[in-house]
Design a binder for this molecule. Structure first.
Ligand code: HEM
Length: 559
């Protein structure tokens, strides 16, 4: 008897081995809420870019996906469902991060492999040599009783026994030390502990929603707008008075402030509507600031997923100028840029002085952003299909508009002298320096260690991100970046609610035993400079090791 309604299609139960086999065949498989999704067809349409999804292949992406998408988008993901699982999913290392996957042969069961009852502590999980479960870089250093073993191979950083001959064992020992430090400071990586953290994090998210902390406080933007108008008026007044440097300073301050609203829009933190917030972001970033918000989003989306991973997070990949981890001395391959980041003689020279170069280079940050923006737009690196296809064209229009009002109308037509033009351009750009320092402050001195695929999303975010303590009246200066750890836990939460959320996050951290990193602005800066100096020192020690080894080699070979 027909009920008139279409019967729901039964969903196949897939085994772990079957899922592994699909990934081995090159399929893009992610797990969300116990559902198995195959998203190959969606990859090139994805507004968040391909890389964001590729870092989730073979993983339970529930928390990352919930944090980064609107609720209706999450529902639409069911279109890609090919099956379900019926037990707790143990993450694989995604292929883009060097994970290895075995083909599935009909009749094999989950127990036909080493992935049953996986012990996930870095020490033991990594000792399963061919295991796709925990086959990642420095983790193998944690084999019990093998303190100085070289790291396991990954697609991006292969280290062989012969590395012991060129000083790499020194770097491996440093890596081990840092992983040990993280393991001693943070909750255990066993599944029960991590599940408890995930459960409490989801509860917290629900609570924050119930408290209305996801609702945008539009009156706060009215105050922001008054501030923007004031800075813009000051720029015009001083331009009229022919005080070009002062006028440029006010324009720089305006840009500095506007970027925070672009950040909110890039995370759908204003209207929560993808299109509306993207338009706000493009109008401010491109039309008023001459920068590509979509370039920034492409970077930033991946940064939020693989935070502080030297091989994968573009936000810490600044070779040859900065290295926040000694691991960059291995000439890692960036999965984001798809290229090597060579530790060559130029890098050796600049990295030796990186602590001294930090602030001077931050002053030039905005010029670098133009270059990156144009590269993004000219090469068409954003999605060409799907909901974001038109962003590139609106951004190009924004660039034309910006260079017309800034370059032609103000710099060329209004300012008559070369010295006036120079002062206006340089001061307006250099004044934005604090922004570049503020952006790097939250992550540069935090951990860059890889603890394997079983670390939960909230723990990883809190381990790699710090907050800045500041009085409430200074919030406008930090623009929400002072609550970066909270923002990483809840990226779509409107900026003006982050201060209220801080107390909840602190309670959560106390409850689950995760340290909440909170520094004053000055101390945070000291931490960053300290980290840069420490990595330079490691570079100097590495050079000495290599020199001593070379001399020993010469003696052995009778030279
Ligand atoms: C079936 C799978 C997926 C679908 C259908 C999908 C769809 C979308 C859509 C429609 C948006 C626009 C914003 C929104 O409507 O919420 C978006 C944004 C985004 N997605 Fe996905 N997504 C999927 C999987 C993933 C995965 C696994 C990740 C990685 C964790 C991811 C990361 C992102 C990011 C970071 C954005 C922000 C993009 C931006 O604002 O620039 N997505 N996604």
């Amino acid at each position: 008897m027909s009920s008139g309604k279409k019967a729901a299609r039964p969903v196949a139960l897939l085994s772990r081995r079957q899922i592994e086999g699909l990934i081995a065949e090159g399929k893009t498989i992610i797990i969300i809420d116990q559902q198995v999704l195959k998203v190959d067809a969606w990859l090139s349409y994805h507004p968040g870019g391909e890389k964001a999804i590729l870092h989730m292949v073979g993983r339970d992406a529930t928390d990352e996906v919930n944090a980064l998408h609107a609720p209706e988008t999450r529902k639409s993901m069911q279109r890609y469902r090919i099956g379900r699982i019926d037990s707790r999913w143990k993450n694989f290392v995604p292929p883009i991060q060097g994970g290895k996957f075995r083909q599935y042969v009909e009749g094999t069961s989950d127990s036909d492999g080493e992935d049953e009852d996986v012990d996930v502590s870095p020490e033991s999980g990594s000792s399963r040599a061919p295991s796709p479960v925990f086959d990642t870089k420095d983790s193998n250093i944690h084999h019990r009783g093998r303190a100085k073993s070289p790291p396991s191979s990954s697609a991006s950083s292969v280290s062989h026994a012969s590395d012991l001959d060129d000083g790499m064992s020194y770097l491996d020992a440093q890596t081990k030390e840092q992983i040990d430090l993280d393991i001693s400071k943070y909750p255990s990586l066993d599944l029960i502990t991590q599940d408890e953290i995930i459960r409490k994090y989801r509860e917290l998210d629900e609570r924050l929603r119930a408290e209305g902390l996801y609702d945008c406080n539009y009156s706060a933007y009215a105050i922001e707008t008054c501030r923007y108008l004031l800075l813009f008026s000051m720029m015009l007044i001083f331009l009229n008075l022919r005080w070009y440097g002062t006028s440029g300073m006010f324009l720089g301050c305006l840009w500095h402030q506007l970027v925070f609203t672009v950040h909110d829009a890039g995370h759908m933190g204003i209207t929560h509507n993808f299109t509306a917030d993207t338009v706000i972001g493009i109008l401010i970033a491109d039309f008023i600031g001459g920068l590509s918000v979509c370039w920034w989003k492409r970077n930033h989306n991946v940064h939020h997923i693989v935070t502080n991973s030297p091989e994968h997070d573009p936000d810490i990949e600044h070779m040859p100028f900065f290295a926040v981890s000694h691991r960059f001395f291995k000439s890692l391959k960036s999965s984001f840029y798809d290229r090597l980041m060579p530790y060559d003689s130029f890098a050796k020279f600049t990295l030796a002085y990186q602590a001294q170069l930090y602030y001077p280079l931050m002053f030039l940050g905005r010029f670098n952003l133009y270059v990156l923006s144009w590269e993004h737009l000219i090469r068409g690196l954003g999605p060409k299909k799907g909901p974001a296809w038109w962003h590139r064209w609106m951004e190009i229009a924004g660039q034309v508009f910006f260079w017309y009002w800034f370059g032609y109308l103000i710099v060329y037509k209004t300012i008559p002298t070369a010295s006036g033009r120079f002062a206006f351009v340089m001061i307006s750009h250099l004044v934005t320096m604090p922004l570049h320092a503020q952006i790097t402050l939250s992550h540069f001195s935090m951990s860059t260690s890889e603890l394997g695929p079983h670390e939960s999303f909230p723990q990883k975010m809190l381990r790699t991100t710090m907050d800045i303590d500041c009085p409430e009246w200074l919030d406008f200066f930090h623009g929400g970046l002072q609550f970066q750890a909270i923002h990483h836990l809840f990226p779509r939460m409107p900026r003006h609610n982050l201060r209220r959320t801080q107390k909840f996050v602190q309670d959560f951290c106390n409850d689950v035993g995760i340290p909440y990193a909170l520094y004053g602005f000055v101390d945070g800066n000291k931490e960053v400079i300290g980290r840069l100096a420490e990595v330079s020192r490691q570079g100097a020690i590495l050079a000495k090791c290599q020199m001593a080894i070379a001399e020993r080699g010469d003696i052995l070979h009778g030279h």
